[in-house]
Design a protein around this ligand. Structure first.
Ligand SMILES: C[S@@+](CC[C@H](N)C(=O)[O-])C[C@H]1O[C@@H](n2cnc3c(N)ncnc32)[C@H](O)[C@@H]1O
Length: 420
């Protein structure tokens, strides 16, 4: 059974196809370094490196001249940055101020993907993206806008059935909370409007006769050698890629005083004579425009003894004064041992980014741990090409943007066994 992987990146999601004997015969990816890593790990595939808008016709022509049957599945995982909810605040504000929002061109990449699907008519299609995809508008023609999901239904609805649904990959055995919008389409001559194709969860918060409990950080990574973001303690000599970036003394102090599951922004007094635990904690609320803003009055000094709290601060360049750091409540936050990890992004090496701290050690997660938490380590995959490991930045991008292959494997099981 053949697959085509559009927006393949370095081919992580494709590992889940391969595990079920589905061969990715064609992959398309914009960035050359990711495509090279893809080819290294999926040497059987023909790769189309470049912009899908320019390559879509070549992909269709190549497939039609090489294979007689339509592909079994097309996996289409377009970039999500343009759909992230981070940009929605600005878009909303501009819209309210009468400024026409600037639409992200990347969101229109669904159009060439749909063109390939219409031409090659795979039996199944798997779209994966962030949940915000469901609210995304794209430009259709010169001046009209259409919701991206409506676009998919309008273009493919005559011969495909299936609706989007948000899943948390933790519900499929991935040791990570990662909410994604999955739209699985099945080719049929009689499409139902309501059907949602999605495998039953295999895991849940609590176990039952139907599901096992979520795979937690404790069961996934607690057996690994400890590390700390201090010089001399940040690299494991025995496990490749089990290493973390250094933190300066100030950040180590904040992180060291942060309890499991909490943010350093709420750290309490550590003056041995005071130890007041009731200092106001950091928060956020919606302003008059409906935009979520972090509080600006969170104390940096103990409200009882006046000592500096181990909370993140910046230094005012003119006065030299310490100021409570402007940050959201998820910055400098530790994960919890008895939960799956928080969502891994390309920023997983930054302590200040959302929920990125190790549950108990003074550091972020190592690349080695990230490979486990994204389930890549369950599969045969190598970052070493011609005896040389590819740059760390490429590995982090590849992990942070990928689809956990275990989720794809579960989806493939569903579609292979599907009986109409
Ligand atoms: C979310 S990632 C895909 C992840 C992949 N499925 C995996 O599991 O590893 C999206 C990919 O689309 C690629 N991309 C962005 N614009 C593109 C374009 N115009 N043509 C082809 N690929 C593009 C990005 O470089 C990125 O690697």
């Amino acid at each position: 059974m053949n697959a085509i992987s559009l927006f393949s990146s370095s081919g992580i999601g494709d590992l889940g196809l391969k595990a079920k004997n589905i061969r990715t015969v064609i992959a398309c990816e914009l960035l050359a370094d990711r495509m090279r890593l893809f080819s290294h790990n999926h040497p059987e595939a023909t790769t189309f490196n470049g912009d899908i808008w320019k390559l879509k016709n070549h992909i269709v022509e190549y497939y039609k001249t090489t294979y007689n049957e339509p592909p079994f599945v097309i996996l289409a995982t377009p970039p999500c940055q343009g759909m992230s909810s981070n940009g929605m605040g600005t878009m909303l504000r501009n819209f309210r101020n009468g400024i026409r929002p600037k639409f992200d061109e990347r969101n229109r990449l669904i159009i060439p993907a749909v063109d390939v699907i219409k031409e090659l008519r795979p039996q199944w299609v798997i779209f994966e993206n962030v949940p915000n995809m469901i609210n995304t508008l794209i430009q259709d023609g010169d001046d009209s806008l259409i919701n991206i999901i409506d676009y998919i239904h309008r273009e493919l609805g005559d011969s495909y059935e299936g609706n989007p649904t948000v899943v948390d990959v933790a519900d499929y055995g991935v040791p990570q909370h990662r909410k994604r919008l999955i739209t699985i389409l099945r080719r049929t001559s009689n499409p139902s409007k309501q059907v949602v194709h999605i495998p039953h969860p295999t895991h849940g918060k609590d176990s039952s006769i139907f599901v096992e409990p979520w795979v937690t950080l404790r069961s996934a990574i607690s057996n690994l050698p400890p590390l700390s973001a201090e010089k001399g303690k940040n690299i494991c000599k025995t496990l490749p890629l089990h290493r973390v970036p250094l933190l300066d003394d100030k950040k180590l102090f904040w992180v060291h005083n942060t309890p499991e599951g909490q943010t350093a922004l709420n750290n309490q007094c550590i003056n041995p004579k005071c130890r007041y635990q009731g200092n106001r904690i950091h928060g956020a609320k919606h302003d008059v425009d409906g935009i979520n803003k972090a509080n600006t009055d969170t104390p940096l000094y103990c409200e009882k003894c006046g000592e500096l709290l181990p909370r993140p601060y910046t230094i005012d360049k003119t006065t030299g004064e310490k100021r409570f750091m402007k940050a959201f409540t998820s910055a400098y936050k530790r994960m919890s041992w008895d939960e799956p990890a928080s969502t891994l992004t390309q920023n997983f090496q930054y302590a200040c980014s959302d929920n990125k701290l190790h549950p108990s050690q003074d550091r972020v997660l190592s690349i080695y741990e990230a490979l486990i938490l994204q389930t890549i380590s369950k599969y045969d995959y190598s970052f070493v090409i011609d005896g040389k490991c590819v740059p760390e930045g490429l590995i982090r991008d590849t992990i942070g943007e990928s689809v956990p292959p275990l989720l794809i494997e579960r989806i493939v099981e569903y579609i292979i066994n599907y009986k109409p």
